[in-house]
Design a protein around this ligand. Sequence first.
Ligand code: NAP
Ligand code: ZN
Ligand code: ZN
Length: 352
Amino acid sequence: MKTIGYAAQAATTPLAPFSFERRELRSNDVAMEVLYCGVCHSDLHTARNDWGWSTYPSVPGHEIVGRVTAVGSGVTRYKPGDSVAVGCMVDSCQKCDQCQKGEEQLCRLGNTQTYNGKDRVTGEPTFGGYAKHLVVREEFVLRVPAGLDPARTGPLLCAGITTYAPLRHWNVGPGTRVGVLGLGGLGHMAVKLAVGLGADVTVLSRRPDKQADALALGAHRLLVSADKDAMKKAKASFDVIIDTVPVKHDVTPYMPLLDIDGTFVIVGQLGPLAEISSMPMVSGRRRITGSLIGGIAQTQELLDFCAAKNILPDCEMIRMDQINEAFERMEKADVRYRFVIDMASLSPAGAG
Ligand code: NAP
Ligand code: ZN
Ligand code: ZN
């Protein structure tokens, strides 16, 4: 099937209209019209080749909401017209211990990413949700619950699950003292979800002017990372800190904030950290760990949780042709708190 989208042709070129083929339906495939797609900082990292493993052309987008248009002969769970969603993965081996446990993101053979991946059958590059249409195997399609607004559901598929998975893994619940470092797309979801789980939540930001936003999102307070006195007073007052900062940074100042047995979870930056002392880990049995998106079953659990609790991201709707401007604003942390592309703005005529 012919479709249109937006692609980067190289690390240094802006995203531009791009025509390409989606595969014919395999028996276990679901075809959908993409209605909305969230804009994740990973889209920007990939388009610009920040991590060094991008392939081009690159069609980003892994916070996808759509409507089913057709299904393969063996598909049992979905039918045309269903409201569905797709996140960061579109395939995995389905057989290894991690896949069997529902942790497909940790598949021993590697999961297949929604974009910048390789189709497991043909080896062709995968293209993401900055496009009119998408074809994905049934097992990686999520159901959008009736209570969720599809226009605001997209960011749950990456920003949501990436923060929900570690909150659940580290048993965040009533009374847990949670810090959220960096108030962007992931950070604002971490706040809403931790509050939804009953935690006591503090935003750790560079920006004092985010105080009102932090409170409006449900956080109990804002701690400004540059405020040395406030940082000192907050010593040993957190059980879990979720670090969403997208660039190389120094985690040393945050370690003393953790209580004994506290956990610092990196979900933002990939790559070498600034040098760090082992002292806080040794003296306070604190740990630094990481987390990668989340499994399919847990992503469905998250969608259902958000529908039940009425938790949705704060979104700024944009047209597809505003994506380069959105990337620039995201780089300057000028987004409150997630861009979502209205795919109706991508007309066949505009694709050239
Ligand atoms: P985002 O919306 O751009 O938010 C990042 C936030 O980090 C900013 O709002 C800012 O908050 C803070 N920040 C930005 N630059 C900073 C700097 N130089 N120093 C300190 N703080 C800085 O990005 P996002 O979409 O939330 O993504 C965050 C990171 O998570 C990206 O690197 C992305 O690739 C990664 N990610 C990882 C996974 C995973 O599975 N682990 C999944 C999705 C995304 P303040 O202004 O409040 O300080
Ligand atoms: Zn993402
Ligand atoms: Zn596997």
